[in-house]
Design a protein around this ligand. Sequence first.
Ligand SMILES: NC(=O)c1ccc[n+]([C@@H]2O[C@H](COP(=O)([O-])OP(=O)(O)OC[C@H]3O[C@@H](n4cnc5c(N)ncnc54)[C@H](OP(=O)(O)O)[C@@H]3O)[C@@H](O)[C@H]2O)c1
Length: 288
Amino acid sequence: MAILVIGATGKTGRPVVDALAARGAKVAAASRNPEAGRELPDGVTPVRFDWADRTTWTSALEGAEALYIVGPYAHPTGERLVADLLAEAHDTHRVVLLSVIGAELLPVEAMMAHWERAVRASGKEWTILHPNWFFQNFGTGFLPSLRDRGVLQLPAGDAPVSFVDTRDIGEVAAAALTEDGYAGQVLTITGPDSLSHGEAVAMLSEASGRPLAYKPVEPEQAEANSRAAGVSERTIIAQRGLFQVIRDGGNAPVTDVVQRVTGHAPRSFAQYAAEHADLWRDATNSTN
Ligand SMILES: NC(=O)c1ccc[n+]([C@@H]2O[C@H](COP(=O)([O-])OP(=O)(O)OC[C@H]3O[C@@H](n4cnc5c(N)ncnc54)[C@H](OP(=O)(O)O)[C@@H]3O)[C@@H](O)[C@H]2O)c1
């Protein structure tokens, strides 16, 4: 079965591609710049796909019997595009959508509700993934602040979050894309423990041997900082919802989905921190 992975260069897309390749699946790895991509595993073909350029959709979708979708979260009219894509996906009978834990509590600006509705109404076999926040944020988006200033500041309070490794998300997605038995399911994917951001940063500090701190900020201050940095109003509203869900405890539950689907325990944050300890040591390291 040929599987098109949208967002194949991203935090979940890469491990989805890797997990599918490990299963021997035929994979098309979609990116706006496929020629600039990493060396891909055997059986994986790079293809050009841009949510903002519909002329790329037809050839990317050709022969794609299953689809992994990272939605157009940064597109100004992204709420409509998943439905539009699925209407053009004539060869596709199975869809796995990346959403987020607590999606049902988010404002419409987060767009997840639109995408989930589109997938459910598509007439295709669908599975919706509700992962918690990724370990890998600490090595990408959160990295500059941690590495350069030794501090992470977020409006997450001290609420617990069952952060998850995107490699586990990749394995769950690969199972849902290639095996029967996941149609019509919403899978809430979490790590093995609930940690506050402070506890997580303390583990990075211990692994890297460098003092690092988490400082909660007030939501209003975080929004003012985002506005000053030129972040769009829509993204600010979406972020407001995401952090509200965290502060309300919505990201705390731990599920058995990784164990149940993959047959192994979810990776731990301590393991992730130890594997990537160099990232947080000094300013010369790049992202993982
Ligand atoms: N970060 C978290 O903790 C977390 C947790 C749960 C859910 N999510 C959800 O995961 C999604 C991805 O967020 P992320 O920050 O983790 O990003 P990401 O997946 O690491 O990176 C974005 C991916 O989207 C692709 N992309 C961006 N614009 C595109 C476009 N116009 N057309 C086609 N592909 C495009 C990029 O590919 P190219 O640059 O190669 O084109 C890249 O592969 C969001 O919907 C977010 O809500 C995130």
